[in-house]
Design a protein around this ligand. Structure first.
Ligand code: PEP
Ligand code: MN
Length: 347
């Protein structure tokens, strides 16, 4: 059961509901989103019904949810959520392009990649400082030095930064530099990490596990929401199938399905799904056509010497082609491209 609080509900309204539920022997989890707070109730639903919660100050609605992912379900939230990342919206009205290098390598490579991202129509910068690599011998990322580079490039370009966090112990550190926390495919069921980013006050980009069903993906989002953070964007990035021609198989149906089941925005990663530069543009077109709320794309000034995922990074002419596509296709489908923020003026 979910209690939906009015946007103007006060902290004492919220506390009163939590206390009532606890007195009735239940548990209450408060989750804050951009526009409202919801409270998930765990315990005897019939007993909660008898509490007449709807009559309490600040309560808008009390909804019985039929699916196991209560807080991220669309059943209590028919309008789709728009998540704000340092002033950049990700949601149903616009198409948001996020671009940048797979991995932060040097200040120059990151700044050039950010300029390429802007040229491609991006309003956010991606880039990994902590890399979850399959091989322990592969480049593991620059760590905090990489986060510093991302923050410097944000100051220079105005682009908010999304970067991966791979471990609960570094969530606070990543939060001190990033605007959005990425949970990667390999971490989607790292439940302690999900709980840690759920307790953080930054929006989260939750990639689908490469072996996860849509329901398992939504349950991972529920872990984050249950710890208090409803600012979650889902990212379909391809799943494992028997096919070997691509790195992963982009599950395009996952977008409308997840959007129907959950109020959270859903974006697509056409780079990690195909794993091939020549597929990034066609898959980006497919993403926008199917109704994804954005795309996250790898770019690199010199893909042949990239320390990670050079085969799928866009460069040169491809950037112009992506820019032309994202400036025309979303509009044909009734939504605009999210504009890029301007860098703050230096005093
Ligand atoms: C990434 O975006 O850099 C990444 C590692 O992606 P994924 O978790 O989807 O493999
Ligand atoms: Mn990568």
């Amino acid at each position: 059961m979910v209690v939906v609080m009015a946007p103007e509900a006060t902290q004492s309204d919220i506390d009163a509901v939590v206390e009532l539920v606890q007195t009735a022997g239940g548990d209450a989890f408060v989750s804050r989103g951009v526009s409202r707070t919801i409270i998930g109730l765990v315990g005897d639903v019939d007993q909660f019904g008898a509490l007449n919660l709807r009559s309490y100050s600040g309560v808008t609605d009390v909804v019985r949810i039929s699916v196991p992912y209560k807080l991220v379900s669309r059943e209590h939230h028919p309008n789709r959520s728009v998540i704000d990342v340092r002033g950049v919206p990700i949601g149903s009205d616009t198409v948001t392009v996020i671009a940048g290098p797979c991995t932060v390598e040097t200040p120059e490579q990151t700044l050039i990649s950010a300029r390429m991202a802007q040229a491609a129509g991006a309003s956010m910068l991606r880039g990994g400082a902590f890399k979850p690599r399959t091989s322990p011998y592969a480049f593991q990322g620059l760590g905090e030095a990489g986060l510093r580079i991302l923050a410097d490039v944000r100051a220079e370009t105005g682009l908010p930064v999304v970067t991966e966090v791979i471990d609960p112990a570094t969530v606070d550190l990543v939060c001190s530099y990033a605007d959005m926390l990425q949970v990667g495919t390999r971490s989607m069921q790292n439940f302690t990490l999900l709980q840690a980013v759920g307790a953080a006050d930054k929006p989260v980009l939750l990639k689908r596990g490469m072996n996860a069903t849509i329901e398992e993906w939504l349950m991972a989002a529920e872990y984050i929401a249950q710890r208090g953070n409803l600012d979650i964007v889902l990212c379909e990035r391809g799943i494992r199938t028997f096919e070997t021609a691509t790195r992963n198989t982009l599950d395009i149906s996952a977008v409308p399905i997840a959007q129907r089941l959950s109020h959270l925005p859903v974006i697509i990663d056409p780079s990690h799904s195909g794993g091939r530069r020549d597929l990034v543009l066609p898959l980006s077109r497919a993403a926008i056509a199917v109704g994804a709320d954005g795309i996250i794309v790898d770019v690199h000034p010199h893909p042949s010497v990239a320390l990670c995922d050079g085969d799928q990074a866009l460069t040169g002419e491809d950037i112009t082609e992506l820019a032309n596509m994202v400036r025309t296709l979303p509009e044909l489908l009734g939504r605009g491209l999210t504009p890029a923020p301007q860098p703050a003026a230096t005093p």
